[in-house]
Design a protein around this ligand. Structure first.
Ligand code: WTA
Length: 669
């Protein structure tokens, strides 16, 4: 197996990690799952008879308009869960709480980014009742603007409560939402619209980021006129753009196409019954990078996704009625779907949303928020933790963090050093850490400690959640011995699994189901220790994990070669102390074009324009040609070593031009 561990420099000590942290304090007595024995008993039940287990959960957890007839219909790779059942996700997140004491409990507490240094952030609180009203009103706005059951709606908003309102309103009427992260470009917006055939876009005039205004509406305007190679408008399916006023920046309003969110509200009432959706009706599409081509539209359906999001939220975060839960992810990523919006709200938990950056205006922004609201559960990414470590303990030390009782991480492997820092400095040594492994495709958390049951080891995501059957295998699909590296696969279907790649069943089969026959291939490398604990190494395909965000090298390469100066490009990751992986692009220029520092910046900006600032290479290295095998394949392994500054290891006799290698290692331009 190729070893392409992100942050391998940081986590080399992982294989020697021997510390174990037993569940303690309140968790070993009062957690929902409060012993390893209880976990093992339930896990075994969930594996022995998955249909029985999931039927019971679905009955207990969800409100159904009509019961299902069959729990699972499975023929690799197509799963149908709770066949024939009818329900509605927004009904399960909102209406169900209105006749309970939760009606006037805060559903969303929102903290805005400070408009300028020194100014406090704005605050908003929406109770379940208020959120329900907002969702019903906006669902009627969607209908008024032509959205119907099954239509796709693109959401391109900042982290404001309206992002959750828009998602829930789509779910209410059965429209399929696709949220696009505000850090993606006009081109990315246009590509996604073209792929899913969206009818509406919901956006804002602008969003705030570190004191600057992000021109969201301008990006949408640009996206709507972009054309493909044949001259066809990419976003021709769009009929309406609904614009939220957020930043009050100047924008263009196209009569007949664009409408203001607040004006539309004047025409609707708050009566909007929840549509009766089939268990298998699509709930959302979320685009994510793969190792080839454009991002894939991963889609999830109604019942299975909601059940997974609800159950994992409650058991992994041990949600209790008085918790104040904060997941710092943006709604543009899957974590924001499952663990800012759907999971917590379905449980009647209070979900905190923060609009801005962790270090604006100062590096104690998060800790200020924890103290101000008394956050009890904090779920964030290792990359953020490493940044906090770098900024220094004086920032968290300024604040009282004793309200915290549980910490979580997601998005990339966490190095033991960061784990210990999080545990000691933020958790005061008392809070368990749940290192949760999962993916856009899995919908919800798959491998994770349960805080009252699982002894944790820094750097390990530990054991599978109920109903999940992961295994580490070799290229033939055979389990590898204890402590050997291999490919992480999932052997059995699970309710919240992806149902496909939107509009491309072929790609769905190829990417996920053809690598290891009969199993779902995760794309991750992994090792399992003597206690059966999973240690995720990172991606083993050409997908990079930069600051917890998935980015395909192929996408960046195709963006680079679309620049008229570029002949060829290869992008690889190199270990980065903060971001896990940093992006290094090797670029050959067209004949006659001279390499110079401004061109480097121009190419970085070009990638930002094509994909978004998230994909900007950290480093661009010009080369006369790229090292290739005789069959013409770029030798990525070699480029990775060069990028990491390692000595060249392994067999290079297949190199076509040894001179190329020599020049690359010398960093010659
Ligand atoms: C990585 C984010 C190690 C992994 C929810 C996976 C992790 C990819 C962990 C999915 C973890 C996520 N430990 N690696 N706890 N969590 N990953 O789709 O490589 O944005 O395949 O979903 O992130 O990224 P995605």
């Amino acid at each position: 197996m190729s070893q392409t561990s992100p942050a391998s420099k940081n986590i080399t000590s992982v294989s020697q990690e021997t510390r174990v942290f037993e569940p303690n304090g309140e968790f070993s007595t009062a957690a929902h799952i409060s012993s390893l024995t209880q976990y093992r008993r339930l896990y075994n039940e969930s594996i022995r008879d998955p249909e029985k287990f999931w039927a019971k959960q679905a009955e207990q957890e969800l409100i159904w308009f009509k019961p299902w007839k069959k729990v699972l219909q499975w023929k690799v790779p197509d799963a149908k869960w709770f066949v024939g059942g009818k329900l509605n996700v927004s009904h399960n997140c909102l209406d169900r709480h209105l006749s309970t004491p939760l009606a006037n409990k805060a559903a969303i507490i929102w903290e805005g980014e400070p408009a300028s240094p020194g100014k406090p952030g704005e605050e908003r609180v929406l109770t379940f009742k208020q959120l329900h009203r907002e969702v019903c009103l906006f669902a009627n706005v969607l209908k008024r603007n032509g959205a119907r059951k099954g239509d796709r709606v693109l959401i391109y908003l900042p982290m404001v409560p309206e992002a959750a309102v828009a998602m829930l309103a789509c779910a209410r009427i059965g429209a399929v939402h696709s949220v696009v992260f505000g850090g993606f470009s006009a081109q990315s917006v246009a590509d996604r619209i073209a792929d899913c055939g969206a009818k509406l876009v919901i956006t804002a005039d602008g969003g705030f980021r570190r004191g600057a205004t992000i021109q969201l509406k301008k990006n949408v305007d640009d996206a709507l006129v972009l054309k493909d190679a044949s001259g066809k408008r990419l976003a021709e399916s769009i009929e309406r753009v609904i614009v939220l006023r957020r930043a009050s920046n100047d924008i263009h309003i196209e009569e007949g196409r664009d409408v203001w969110w607040h004006r539309e509200l004047e025409y609707v009432d708050a009566n909007c019954p929840a549509a009766h959706m089939d268990s298998e009706d699509p709930l959302f599409i979320l685009y994510t990078s793969g190792s080839t081509g454009k991002p894939k539209g991963i889609f999830h359906t109604t019942a299975g996704f909601l059940l997974g999001a609800k159950l994992t939220s409650r058991l992994v975060f041990d949600l209790k009625p008085d918790d104040l839960y904060w997941c710092t992810a943006d709604v543009g990523w899957v974590t924001g779907h499952s663990y800012v919006v759907y999971g917590p709200l379905a449980n009647g938990a209070t979900s905190l949303m923060y609009e801005g950056a962790p270090n604006f205006p100062e590096p104690d922004r998060f800790w200020r928020i924890v103290e101000k609201y008394g956050v009890t559960i904090l779920y964030t990414a290792p990359t953020a933790i490493r940044a906090f470590m770098k900024w220094g303990v004086e920032w968290p030390k300024k604040h009282n963090l004793t309200s915290l009782r549980l910490l979580g991480t997601v998005g990339e492997p966490i190095n033991p050093e960061a784990w210990m820092w999080y545990h000691e400095v933020i958790g005061g040594g008392r809070c368990p850490i749940v290192d949760t492994w999962w993916q856009t495709e899995t919908g919800v958390i798959m491998i994770t400690p349960l805080p009252g049951a699982t002894p944790t080891k820094p750097g390990s995501a530990t054991l599978p959640f109920f109903g999940v059957v992961p295994e580490v295998v070799d290229d033939q699909g055979k389990p590898v011995p204890t402590n050997s590296g291999g490919k992480l696969v999932i052997r059995k279907p699970w309710p919240s699994m992806l149902r496909g790649v939107w509009g491309d069943p072929q790609r769905f089969r190829e990417v996920y189901w053809s690598e290891i026959k009969g199993s779902y291939f995760t794309g991750d490398g992994c090792r399992r220790d003597k206690d059966g604990y999973f240690w995720i190494v990172g991606r083993i395909d050409d997908v990079l994990n930069v600051a917890g965000h998935r980015i395909g090298t192929a996408e960046i390469e195709s963006a680079l070669v679309s620049n008229p100066n570029v002949a060829e490009a290869a992008v690889v990751g190199r270990p980065d102390e903060l971001k896990g992986q940093a992006l290094v692009a090797f670029v050959t220029l067209k004949t006659g074009v001279k390499a110079h520092p401004q061109l480097r910046e121009e190419l970085r900006q070009h990638v930002a324009k094509e994909i978004g600032p998230v994909a900007k290479p950290d480093d661009i290295r010009f080369a006369e040609s790229l090292p290739k095998t005789r069959s013409g394949k770029i030798m990525r392994r070699l480029l990775k070593q060069i990028a990491a500054g390692d000595e060249i290891k392994g067999d290079t006799t297949t190199l076509e031009d040894f001179g190329v290698l020599a020049r690359l290692t010398q960093g010659e331009e």
